[in-house]
Design a protein around this ligand. Structure first.
Ligand code: NAD
Length: 497
C-alpha cells in the first residue's frame, strides 16, 4: 500500500501520529494509498521550520525568488503528464480536464514569475519641503493554506506560489482525499532550488486545521472549501489575530434569455454543469430559463445529457468521470431522490448507471431537473454533482432577483444577444465573477478569483493583484535628511508646507 507522509523542511516526514486516512481510486473503488493524518505536534514543527526559513527567504531579492519560481514553472511543464495522472487517480476527473486544471494553476506560477514588478511600491518626492515618502509591501511571515478535494493542484497553486514569491514561507494542509499531486509539486519546487522549510505540507483533517488556527506564528490563513467550514475558519483565524481569506461554496446560475444563441447556451451549459461531474465551485448548477425559452432549452439539453459518455478518467473517450468518494456519490444520489420528493420533474435520471468492468467505481450519470422552485432544497443547497436544475421565470428582472436573493454569489452567466441585458446584468448582479455568453467565467491568473455573499468571507480575492495584497503588508516611510536647517520642537499636528 502506497503511504503518503508529510513534507517538512524539504523532506518526507512520517510525523508523530499513527492516524491514517484511506485514499481510493474513484474509477475502480479500490483503495490505492494511505495518508498520514498529522497532529498538532506535526503542524507546530512545520511552522517552526517555516518560521526559521522566513528569515533568509524574505531577504532573498525578489528577482532571485522569481528565478526559482521560473524553474518551478519549467519543471511543472516537464512533469505535467505525471502530475495530471495523479489528479485523475485520486480525484477521478477526466484526463484532459485534470490537465486543464493543472495549467490554470501553472498560470498563477507564471504570474508569480513577474513578482518584482508587483512589489515595486510607490514613491513621492517632496511630500513636504525636502521630505520624501514611499510605500512598500513586505511579506507577512508564515502563511497557511487549507484546500478542498476538487482541485488538488490548482487551488493550492492559487496560494503557495503567490505567497512564496512575495517572500513568505508556507504550510499547506491539502484535502486528505487527494494529496499526491501537491506532494509531487513540493518535490519539484525543491528541485527548482527552493530552500528547505519555505514550503511544507502537513496532511491531515480537522486536528491539523485547528492547530493552524491556533498557532501564534502563522500570520495569514487562506482557505477554500465548503461554506460552513469557511465560516469556521474565518471566525477562528480572525479571533486568533490572523489575516484570513475563506472561500466557500456556490450555487451558480446561468440565465438563458429568449434572444440568445441557443446552441451556444446549451453547449456552454453542458460543459459548465457536467464537466468534472459538477464538482467545481464554478459549475453552473441552475439554468434560469427566461420567458418562452424553457421547453426548447430542456428539450435540447436533455438529449445531450442522455448522450453523455460517463467513464473512467483515463479513458480518452470519457466526457465525465466518477465522483470523488462513495460517500459523496450517496450524498448526490440523495439529493436526486429529494428533488423527486420535492416535486421537481426529473427529466434525465442518471442514478442507475452501471459500467462494465467498473462496477465498484463511484459513477452517476448526468441528471436534469425541470420546474425547480426556489423554495426547494435542491435549489437552495449546493449538490456538487452532475445535477442541473432548470428554473423558469417570466422575465429578466425576475431572473436578476432570483440570483441576488440566493445565499451564494460565486459565479454566474447570461446568454443573450442584447447588449443592454448583458450590461445591466453585469452591473446589477450581486456575484463576484460574471460571464456574458461565457459559461465558466473563471478569471485568469493576472486578475483575481473570488465570490460574494456566503461564497467568500474576507476582503481579498485569490491570486493576481489581490493575492499580492493579501500576502504582503503595507509600510509607508516618510524621510528627511539633515540639511543644516534645524527645526524647533512642534506641538501641533504637522501639516506639509
Ligand atoms: P470541505 O469544506 O469539506 O473541506 C475543505 C478543507 O477543509 C479540507 O482540507 C478539509 O480537510 C477541511 N475540513 C473539512 N471539515 C473540516 C472541519 N470540520 N473542520 C476543519 N477543517 C475541515 O470541502 P471539500 O468537500 O473538500 O470541497 C468542496 C467544497 O469546496 C464545495 O463546497 C465547493 O464549492 C468548495 N470550493 C469552493 C471554491 C471557491 O473558490 N469558492 C473552490 C473550490 C471548491
Amino acid at each position: 500500500m502506497n503511504l503518503i507522509e508529510h513534507y517538512i523542511d524539504g523532506k518526507s516526514f512520517s510525523g508523530s501520529s499513527e492516524k491514517k486516512g484511506k485514499i481510493f481510486n474513484p474509477a475502480t473503488g479500490k483503495q490505492e494509498s494511505e495518508v498520514k493524518l498529522g497532529s498538532k505536534v506535526d503542524l507546530d514543527l512545520a511552522v517552526e521550520k517555516a518560521k526559521k526559513a522566513f528569515d533568509s527567504w524574505s531577504n532573498v531579492t525578489p528577482l532571485q525568488r522569481a528565478r526559482v519560481i521560473f524553474k518551478f514553472k519549467d519543471l511543472i511543464e516537464k512533469n505535467s503528464d505525471e502530475l495530471t495522472k495523479l489528479i485523475v487517480k485520486e480525484h477521478g476527473k477526466v484526463y484532459e480536464d485534470a490537465k486543464g486544471s493543472l495549467i490554470r494553476g501553472l498560470e498563477v506560477v507564471e504570474f508569480a514569475c513577474g513578482i518584482p514588478q508587483m512589489l515595486k511600491g510607490e514613491f513621492t518626492e517632496n511630500v513636504g519641503t525636502n521630505i520624501d515618502s514611499w510605500s512598500t509591501r513586505q511579506p507577512l511571515g508564515v502563511c497557511a493554506g487549507i484546500t478542498p478535494f476538487n482541485f488538488p493542484a490548482m487551488v493550492p497553486m492559487w496560494m503557495f506560489p503567490m505567497a512564496i514569491a512575495c517572500g513568505n514561507t508556507f504550510v499547506l494542509k491539502p484535502s486528505e482525499k487527494d494529496p499526491s499531486c501537491v506532494m509531487k509539486l513540493a518535490n519539484l519546487f525543491k528541485e527548482a532550488g527552493l530552500p528547505d522549510g519555505v514550503f511544507n505540507i502537513v496532511n491531515g483533517d480537522k486536528e491539523v486545521v485547528d492547530a493552524i488556527l491556533e498557532n501564534k506564528d502563522i500570520s495569514a490563513v487562506s482557505f477554500v472549501g465548503s461554506t460552513p467550514i469557511a465560516k469556521y475558519i474565518y471566525e477562528n483565524a480572525a479571533k486568533n489575530e490572523k489575516r484570513v481569506q475563506a472561500l466557500g461554496g456556490a450555487k451558480n446560475h446561468c440565465v438563458v434569455m429568449p434572444d440568445c444563441d441557443l446552441d451556444q447556451a446549451v453547449n456552454g451549459l453542458m460543459g459548465a454543469a457536467y464537466g468534472s461531474a459538477g464538482e467545481r465551485c464554478m459549475a453552473q448548477s441552475v439554468a434560469v430559463a427566461v420567458g418562452n425559452i424553457g421547453d426548447e432549452l430542456v428539450n435540447q439539453i436533455s438529449k445531450k445529457v442522455e448522450a453523455l459518455k460517463v467513464g473512467p478518467g483515463m479513458d480518452k473517450t470519457s466526457e465525465m468521470g466518477p465522483l470523488v468518494t462513495k460517500e459523496h456519490l450517496e450524498r448526490v444520489k440523495g439529493y436526486v431522490d429529494l428533488g423527486v420528493k420535492e416535486g421537481a420533474k426529473l427529466v434525465v435520471d442518471g442514478r442507475e448507471i452501471k459500467l462494465q468492468g467498473y462496477e465498484n467505481g463511484y459513477y452517476i450519470g448526468g441528471c436534469l431537473f425541470d420546474h425547480v422552485k426556489k423554495d426547494m432544497r435542491i435549489y437552495k443547497e449546493e449538490i456538487f454533482g452532475p445535477v442541473l436544475s432548470v428554473v423558469r421565470v417570466k422575465n429578466f428582472d425576475e431572473a436578476l432577483q432570483l440570483i441576488n436573493d440566493h445565499e451564494f454569489g460565486n459565479g454566474t452567466s447570461i446568454y443573450t444577444r442584447d447588449g443592454d441585458a448583458g450590461r445591466t446584468f453585469a452591473n446589477k448582479i450581486k456575484v463576484g465573477m460574471v460571464g456574458i455568453n461565457i459559461p465558466i467565467p473563471v478569471p485568469v491568473a493576472y486578475h483575481s478569483f473570488g465570490g460574494w455573499k456566503r461564497s467568500l468571507f474576507g476582503d481579498q480575492h485569490m491570486h493576481g493583484p489581490e493575492g499580492v495584497r493579501f500576502y504582503t503588508k503595507l509600510k509607508t516611510i516618510t524621510s528627511r535628511w539633515p540639511s543644516g536647517l534645524r527645526s524647533n520642537p512642534e506641538f501641533v499636528m504637522p501639516v506639509m508646507k
